[in-house]
Ligand binder design. Structure first.
Ligand SMILES: [Zn+2]
Length: 74
């Protein structure tokens, strides 16, 4: 019975050591130099976040689509 207890303790120590060392081996992803943060802006009508390429400028604010611009500014 004592042998079984020591075997379990040894297995527990090995398991602890392996989980700790595997955590240390995982490197943090390097920040990409080419990645640019995408500028997201909320639609003034529905709050949907849209990028610079997708947004529709209105007279008062910016919108996610022409329909929301028309609804908000009519
Ligand atoms: Zn919208």
């Amino acid at each position: 019975m004592k042998l079984l207890m020591w075997l379990l303790i040894a297995l527990w120590i090995v398991w602890l050591w392996r989980t700790r060392s595997s955590k240390n081996e995982t490197p943090a992803p390097p920040p990409s130099a080419t990645a640019k943060p995408v500028d997201l802006e909320a639609c003034a009508y529905c709050g949907l976040l849209t990028s610079d390429a997708d947004k529709v400028p209105g007279a008062k604010a910016r919108y996610c689509c022409a329909a929301h611009r028309d609804l908000a500014e009519r």
